[in-house]
Design a protein around this ligand. Structure first.
Ligand code: APR
Length: 171
């Protein structure tokens, strides 16, 4: 089974084949990691995103990486947290599952995720990180094509949480 690791850093600088963008359903860019990825990739990324024409919450769409070190960007629209009564947990699980399945379909061997929905979309980090690591671990078990998944944490607090969860599940 492929390895899972967590690092503290900037996802736009990760030397993996694909990085996942915590986008919105328009795919037309935004702040946070979405803004960072578009700034680093350059204007061609937005042009390709425009041609895709959007992405429903929980689904994933793939583009080239352009000026990023990563060859591809997998864009997924996470759920906005409204308290948990609107299938937020299921939709967040779908983001990780659909991104992994899209990567496997394209023969991508290494993929990096940000902590989807835990910034502007206000999904509680404790719940979101557990969903992220559990879903990736479950999919990885049945997807030998993917050899490495990296959770890229942008804060020390998030890194401490993901490191503990990834460590717990390695055994
Ligand atoms: N590398 C890795 N992680 C990052 C980076 C970066 N360069 N920049 C921000 N993050 C982290 C945030 O600290 C947070 O932990 O990504 C996580 C997700 O936060 P957001 O980027 O705010 O994404 P999200 O909560 O999913 O909200 C998505 O925000 O930017 C808009 O267009 C986007 O409307 C969409 C919404």
């Amino acid at each position: 089974m492929g390895e899972i690791e967590s690092v503290r850093g900037d996802i736009t600088r990760q030397a993996v084949e694909a990085i996942v963008n915590a986008a919105n359903t328009t795919l037309l860019g935004g702040g946070g990691v979405d803004g960072a990825i578009h700034r680093a990739a350059g204007p061609e990324l937005l042009e390709e995103c425009r041609r895709i024409g959007g992405c429903p919450t929980g689904e994933a769409r793939m583009t080239k990486g352009y000026r990023l070190p990563a060859k591809y960007v997998i864009h997924t629209a996470g759920p906005v947290w409204h308290g948990g009564g609107r299938r937020e947990e299921a939709l967040l699980r779908d983001c990780y599952r659909n991104s992994m399945e899209l990567a496997a379909k394209h023969g991508i061997k290494s993929i990096a995720f940000p902590s989807i929905s835990t910034g502007a979309y206000r999904f509680p980090i404790e719940r979101a990180s557990r969903i992220a690591v559990e879903t990736v671990r479950e999919i990885l078990g049945g997807t030998p094509e993917i050899e490495k998944v990296v959770f890229v944490c942008f804060s020390d607090g998030d890194y401490a949480i993901y490191r503990r969860l990834v460590g717990e599940m390695q055994c």
